[in-house]
Design a binder for this molecule. Structure first.
Ligand code: CUA
Length: 174
């Protein structure tokens, strides 16, 4: 069968592009533990402040009976509330996020936490924060803690680039 050399070259180019794209998906999924968030849970965004879970005094870090943590954060124009949370490294953490207004994104550098926060839904991410991985991107503060910024990475309005807050990761106390 005759295949034109130019056509043959393009078959290879398309094949290589496909292999690189699939390779990067498998690499991030298996080596970096990056998965699409699979939690589907609805919430009335207009009533967040009146809910059992996302009322102002319920936000932040809660320790569960099994030793794991649940961290609840509200992402609203233009900030994350609470403005600062402290969590131990190498401990199972369930992050739960909700927004009272528009679409936001949430990225925690050095971890696999990266999700959209969509009005009407609760975004949930389970993770264990690796101290050494975060140490590469974070600023060290007193008590061995690592100060990591949380960024909004979905355009949400004029204040989007001011939308951030802080997480301090402390070494696991055991
Ligand atoms: Cu919130 Cu961009």
């Amino acid at each position: 069968m005759h295949v034109d050399p130019l056509e043959k070259a393009w078959v290879w180019i398309v094949g290589i592009i496909t292999a690189v794209m699939l390779g990067s998906i498998f690499y991030t999924a298996f080596a970096l533990n990056v998965h699409p968030p699979s939690n589907v849970e609805v919430i009335d965004s207009t009533q967040l402040h009146l809910t059992e879970e996302f009322a102002e005094d319920k936000l932040g870090v809660t320790r569960n009976p099994d030793g794991s943590l649940t961290v609840r954060i509200v992402a609203g124009r233009y900030g994350f509330f609470p403005q600062h949370v402290e969590v131990p490294a190498d401990t199972p953490i369930t992050f739960r996020f909700a927004t009272p207004d528009v679409l936001h994104g949430l990225h925690l550098p050095g971890t696999n936490v990266d999700t959209m926060v969509i009005p009407g839904f609760v975004s949930q991410v389970r993770t264990e924060i690796n101290y050494d991985a975060v140490a590469k991107v974070a600023k060290k503060v007193a008590n061995g803690g690592l100060r990591v910024p949380i960024y909004c990475n979905e355009y949400c309005g004029l204040g989007h680039h001011f939308m951030w807050s802080r997480v301090t990761v402390v070494p696991a106390s055991g």
